[in-house]
Every structure is written in structure tokens, then in C-alpha cells.
Design a protein around this ligand. Structure first.
Ligand code: BGC
Length: 721
């Protein structure tokens, strides 16, 4: 049975239409049932397959129109089996990891009755103060776009009606990640050019990949709150890009137009939002109340716009196959993680760790006495943000996993401090025990709850208690390996050089402890890269590798450090004084985008291009570049080779470089492989303003880099004849 959407629409009353355009934010079970009986079109997941079937049965069999429900849920990095957080997945520099998470999520969630996930979050983010950086793919629009496409493919599968697919939702449209000061929900003000180049790009890629829905963002952008931003929601998204799916508002985002001060009351907010292009309102006042009275009348709201919104919602339900098969098989529905999915989650987690520093302390020795300390030694808090109460919990601690992985090591375990508290006695005990050990593994970090939504931090260092423990151990001369769990890049300046190695493990999900233990032991080689710059100080943010060139780049490097400032009498460094830098910081970040080491070493050589002078049409056809990468060490390991493009002279100031390709390879000792990239004309184009994307002739520099070695080649794009 395919549904005739037009005749269904023709039969609907104004109130029945409005009911299709609302999802109530987390109602109680009783409220939900009442809303469904009234004919509401969508609901948050009632938390079991059986309850979802019961809800669908009321909608399909007991309402006048019998329209099935969209069942939405934030399935962000797993429904029951939890994968690494999205930021951690980005660190894998491997779209297969993101796609796998989305595929497993979709299979588990759809079997349990969810058909719509509010994911992926594709907001590009350059400010680690913002708590939601953990939900996205970091600072780079190219990497983020590749991962956006992978997520959409994973969630939506071959088709939405196959029984194991979810409608994806690209969020939050748009520039939510540019919140001023990194404070969640804050204002954004972004040039049209940067909006196109950086913030819209991931959404464009996701729409092109067929994402079924898009969520409007909480922020105002250039003065217009996104829930009322017609130019972007309708002008760019729906008209320019031809997006024919559903735009959903964020939780109470429509009602909050009143707080933004662009409308006087919620009625005007609903009118403004739907008029601007929002199709489903999330939260806020009921669009049709318990007595069947509509919140807004056809005199206030364009009927054609409402019909268009309803059509989009009904089409999505049809694409999901809900008219034909509204129910799921409750007896076979997923309810918890299976062994097989846990295994996949562990493999994914093993791809995401980043070795930030290592003086040879890692991998760990197979024997000897090792002290495991820090709040993450025994904590089970590895799932990360956006995990619901029904997620399968982590069942073993890092202490358990390390004891299993390295059974011949004589392990001692002590907390030393909590996440936020350290007593003198606990720190002293850790120091004392460290004295009797060959090495200390210090597992520290941000607990999950201090990253994610509404979790911006002004100070992005490790909590004081944990830094105190690090310094106490370093003062005592202990050899220390830090395992750093985090939802964001942290400022690690005060301690990173005092320890012997640091492995960044983000929040790796259900199988985090096993994945971390296997990486520390050397069974798995860490091969991830940071997808967001780690600043030296919070004063550097917003910070990103692809910053534009300035008129006064610092030349000689270094800055006037505090000790110099003490005796400072005036400009004395004529070479480098009036340049763009901080007086009190060395140049550059602590870890640049793409940084990450391995347990082995690599050489990059033989960088070649198929041609170095090209016409525009040749550029359209693509230029091939190759580079050889060799494992020059004595352990198997992964290298990530990145390709960057620099436009040397352009009519608009360009970034110092932009990522245009990347490949992760696994190589045995002594093994070489040739990595190929294709540079397309689109990789050379840039937005000249908000309207025009141009390809300008001139010189470009291509850089291949694996973060320890770089090679450059020039390519010239000739004037059109
Ligand atoms: C978040 C969204 C989320 C929604 C529904 C909001 O607070 O901003 O990302 O999808 O809640 O749970």
C-alpha cells in the first residue's frame, strides 16, 4: 500500500495538519498517549519496542486519519552499544569508524522502534570552551564533511524502509559552533564568506548525501535567530540546495524566539518559524490544545506553507515505510549490547586514541611493577555525553582491563585523587606507592558530564585536583604515562612536558577500558590524530589551523615570555615585535590539528603530481598526486597522510592551508605503500563572498604531511585561453 499524500492532505483539517507539525519534548507516558490519541504526528521514543508498538497502534488504528508516528531520539553515538564520542571518531581520520557507529546505532535503534535520530551534529567548532565540541567532528570543514557523509550513509543505510535504517538529522543549522566565547546557546556573528566556506559546508555535504532531516540551531546568526531565519532555512537549504526533507526546530527553540526579542509572544514565534521554513516544532506550547483549539489560525499562517510542511512530514513517513509497516517485532528487538557489537565498538575505539607525546615510555613493559593511579583507574565513566539510561553500561574498569591485558605486570592501584577533589593523604599515598614502582600509569580527565550540551567551560585545564596529583608525582621523579580522557581539547601546558607519555583517549564508549589497555600494551598501535587544535592557553581560542593569513605574520618565532617581560623597557625586537602573536606565549598551539604519534616511525617521500601546470578544464578533470609512505620502525603502525592546498594569491585572503584529502594506512615494519590523492577543481575554489564560489588562476601549493614530515609541490592554474 503506498499512500496518496495529496488526497490524505486534502482530507486533513487545519488542526490535523498542525498536529503533524509538532513533537512534544519528552512528555510523560500519560501525556504522550493523550497527544497521540489527538493525532500528534511525532513522539520521542517510548523506551521499548513494545511501548512504541502500542503508541503506533493508537496512531494507526485509533485516530481518524491513521497516520503513523515519527519516533525520534537522540541516538548520538549508540543506542545500546556505545561507540566513541563523535569527536573521538573524528580523531580516527577514518570515515569507516563513523559509518560503522551509525550502522550499528541504526540497526539497534530501529529494531526497537526508533525511526528518526537527531544526529549527526555537524557543527564545525573552533572553540574548545564550547561543551558541544564533543558531539561534532572538530574544526575542519573538509574532515567534518567527509564524516557527515559517512554518518548519513550509516544511519540511512540502503533505504529508509529496510527495517534497519534511521532518518538522519543534520544539526544544528547553522553556525551554532561559532557561539561567542564558546558559551552554549550564545550569539554568533559570521561573515557570509566564512559561513559558506566553513559552517554551511558540512550541511551542504550532508544534504547532497541525502540526509532526511535538518534541525534548526538555537543561536542567532548575524542578528537573525536561526528558528526565524528564512534566508537560510528556506533560501539556502530548501531552495538553493533543493532540500525536500523535514526541518525540525530544536527543543523549545521556536518559543525561545521570544527570549531572542524578535517576536513579542509565542504565537508570533510559531508564525515566524513556520514561515521561515521550520516544518516540525519541538516543544513549546501545544499547537492544538486538549480541547482541539489551534494555537494559530489560517489567517495568521500561510496555508500553502503549512501544506508544504505537512507534505514533507508525510513524505518522510512514507520513505520510512511507516504506512506499510508501522510496527516492529518486539520479540526480536534489541534491548542491550550484544557481544558482536561490543567487539565492533572496541575495534572502533582502538582507532580513535591519539598518542600526544611519548619519550619511549609507551608501549608499557610486559613485566615489572606498575602503579595505576588517578580517577579513571577505577571509574566506569567512559561512555561520554549523550548516552541514555538504557545504554549498556561499561562493566570493567581500566584497572580490570589492564590486569587482564598485562597479566605478568605486578599492578598496584590507587586513586590518588577524585575527579575534583584531592586530599593531602591520598596524594601522599600515591607518591609513596609510586616510589616502589617502575612506572606510573595516571588515568585522568574530564568526567563525561563536563562536556556536551550546556557544559561550556571558561577554564579548559584538567580539574585542579588532578593536576596536583600529576605535579606531585613528577616532583617525586616518577616516570609517568598519562591516559587523558576528555570531551574537548584541553590546555595541558603546565604538565605535558613533565610526564613521559600522554595518550589521549577521549570518551571511547562501552569498550573503552579494553581498547585503552590493548593500546597501552602495544597490542594495538595508536593511530588517531587530533581533529581540533589543542591550544597552549585559553586566551588563544578560537583557534584553528586553517586561519587566514595576516598582514603581520610573526617571523622569528617565540614570544616575549614572562621573564623577558619583567625586564622589558620597550620594543626591542625590531624583526618580530609588531607582529601577530601573544606577548606571553610561544608561537602556535600546543598540538596542531592532525597531530598524533605512533609506536613506530614513518618516512614520506616521492611526492609527485601528474601535472604541475593545468588549465581550468584539466583541473575539472582532476590532478593526481602520489606520495610513498614507509614504516621505518620495528613495530606495525598506522600513519595518516594529509593533503593540504594553499592558494598563494587570491582576490580574497585565504587560509594558510586547507585540508583537501587524507588517508590512514596500516604498515608492517619496513613496508611501503603509495598513497594517491585526486585534487579536483572544487578543492581549489573558494567563496569570494556569500554568493559566488570562484576558481581563480594562479599558483597553488600542495603540501602532504603526516604531521612529522611534510613535502610541498607547486601547481599553476593557467588563465582561460
Ligand atoms: C539539543 C538537540 C537535541 C534536542 C532533543 C536539544 O537541547 O540541542 O541537539 O537533539 O535537545 O533532545
Amino acid at each position: 500500500m503506498t499512500v496518496d499524500i495529496e488526497s490524505l492532505l486534502a482530507r486533513m483539517t487545519w488542526e490535523q495538519k498542525l498536529l503533524q507539525l509538532q513533537i512534544v519534548w519528552r512528555p510523560s507516558a500519560a501525556e504522550r498517549e493523550a497527544l497521540i490519541r489527538r493525532g500528534i504526528g511525532s513522539t520521542f521514543w517510548p523506551p521499548s519496542a513494545g511501548e512504541t508498538n502500542a503508541a503506533q497502534r493508537i496512531a494507526v488504528e485509533e485516530t481518524e486519519l491513521g497516520i503513523p508516528l515519527l519516533v525520534g531520539l537522540d541516538v548520538i553515538h549508540g543506542q545500546f552499544t556505545i561507540f566513541p564520542t563523535p569527536l573521538a571518531q573524528a580523531a580516527a581520520f577514518d570515515p569507516a569508524v563513523a559509518e560503522l557507529d551509525a550502522r550499528v546505532s541504526a540497526t539497534e535503534a530501529r529494531s526497537a522502534g526508533v525511526n528518526w535520530t537527531f544526529s549527526p551534529m555537524v557543527d564545525v567548532t573552533r572553540d574548545p570552551r564550547w561543551g558541544r565540541v564533543v558531539e561534532g567532528f572538530g574544526e575542519d570543514p573538509y574532515l567534518s564533511s567527509v564524516l557527515t557523509v559517512a554518518k548519513v550513509a550509516g544511519y540511512q543505510g540502503r533505504a529508509l524502509d529496510t527495517g534497519d535504517a534511521l532518518a538522519a538529522c543534520l544539526k544544528h543549522f547553522v553556525a551554532y559552533g561559532a557561539a561567542e566565547a564558546g558559551r552554549d546557546y550564545n550569539t554568533t556573528d559570521v561573515s557570509d564568506r566564512r559561513l559558506r566556506e566553513t559552517y554551511l559546508e558540512t550541511f551542504r555535504a550532508g544534504v547532497e548525501a541525502g540526509a532526511a532531516t535538518v534541525m534548526a540551531a538555537f543561536n542567532a546568526l548575524n542578528g537573525i535567530p536561526m528558528h526565524a531565519n528564512r534566508a537560510l532555512l528556506t533560501g539556502v537549504l530548501k531552495e538553493e540546495w533543493g532540500f525536500d526533507g523535514v526541518v525540525v526546530g530544536d527543543a523549545d527553540g521556536v518559543a525561545q524566539l521570544v527570549n531572542h526579542g524578535v517576536v513579542a509572544d509565542e504565537r508570533a514565534a510559531v508564525v515566524a518559524a513556520i514561515d521561515a521554513g521550520v516544518d516540525i516544532v519541538m516543544g513549546g506550547s501545544l499547537l492544538v490544545d486538549a480541547d482541539g483549539v489551534a494555537f494559530v489560525s489560517p489567517d495568521e499562517l500561510r496555508v500553502a506553507r503549512v501544506d508544504d510542511a505537512v507534505r514533507r512530514v508525510l513524505r518522510l513517513k512514507e520513505r520510512l515505510g511507516l504506512f506499510e509497516r508501522p510496527y516492529v517485532n518486539a520479540s526480536t528487538a534489541s534491548t542491550s549490547a550484544t557481544e558482536r557489537y561490543r567487539e565492533l565498538a572496541r575495534q572502533a575505539a582502538e582507532r580513535c586514541t591519539v598518542l600526544l607525546t611519548n619519550d619511549g615510555a609507551l608501549p608499557l613493559p610486559q613485566t615489572g611493577r606498575v602503579l595505576l593511579a588517578g580517577p579513571y583507574a577505577r571509574s566506569l565513566d567512559h561512555l561520554g555525553t549523550w548516552v541514555q539510561h538504557f545504554a549498556s553500561p561499561v562493566t570493567e574498569s581500566l584497572a580490570d582491563a589492564l590486569a587482564t591485558e598485562l597479566p605478568h605486570v605486578d599492578w598496584e592501584v590507587v586513586d590518588g585523587c577524585g575527579f575534583f577533589d584531592a586530599t593531602d593523604a591520598a596524594v601522599a599515598e600515591a607518591v609513596e606507592r609510586a616510589a616502589g614502582a617502575d612506572l606510573v600509569v595516571l588515568a585522568v580527565g574530564e568526567p563525561s558530564r563536563i562536556s556536551g550540551e550546556a557544559s561550556s567551560r571558561a577554564d579548559i585545564t584538567l580539574p585542579d585536583a588532578q593536576r596536583r596529583l600529576i605535579h606531585a608525582l613528577a616532583d617525586a621523579g616518577a616516570r609517568v604515562v598519562v591516559v587523558l580522557a576528555t570531551g574537548r581539547p584541553l590546555v595541558v601546558e603546565d604538565w605535558i612536558e613533565r610526564v613521559d607519555a600522554t595518550l589521549c583517549v577521549w570518551h571511547l564508549g562501552s569498550e573503552a577500558p579494553a581498547a585503552i589497555a590493548r593500546t597501552l600494551s602495544g597490542r594495538v598501535s595508536p593511530g588517531g590524530r587530533v581533529p581540533m587544535t589543542f591550544p597552549r592557553a585559553v586566551g588563544q581560542v578560537p583557534i584553528h589551523y586553517d586561519h587566514e593569513r595576516t598582514g603581520r605574520p610573526p617571523r622569528t618565532g617565540g614570544a616575549l615570555l614572562p621573564e623577558t617581560i619583567a625586564g622589558f623597557t620597550g620594543p626591542n625586537n625590531t624583526d618580530d615585535y609588531y607582529t601577530s602573536k601573544f606577548l606571553d606565549l610561544p608561537l602556535g598551539p600546543r598540538f596542531d590539528f592532525g597531530h598524533g604519534l605512533a609506536y613506530t616511525t614513518f618516512a614520506l617521500d616521492g611526492f609527485e603530481m601528474s601535472r604541475t601546470v593545468v588549465s581550468a578544464s584539466e583541473a575539472e578533470a582532476g590532478i593526481d598526486a602520489t606520495v610513498r609512505v614507509t614504516n621505518t620502525g620495528d613495530r606495525t603502525g598506522d600513519d595518516v597522510v594529509m593533503l593540504f592546498v594553499t592558494d598563494e594569491v587570491a582576490s580574497v585572503t585565504q587560509p594558510v592551508r586547507r585540508l583537501r584529502g587524507f588517508t590512514r594506512v596500516t604498515l608492517q615494519p619496513g613496508e611501503s605503500v603509495t598513497v594517491a590523492f585526486r585534487i579536483e577543481a572544487d578543492h581549489l575554489r573558494f567563496w569570494a563572498d556569500g554568493q559566488h564560489r570562484v576558481l581563480e588562476p594562479g599558483d597553488f601549493t600542495l603540501t602532504v604531511s603526516d604531521c612529522t614530515t611534510e613535502h610541498r609541490l607547486g601547481v599553476r592554474l593557467e588563465e582561460a585561453a
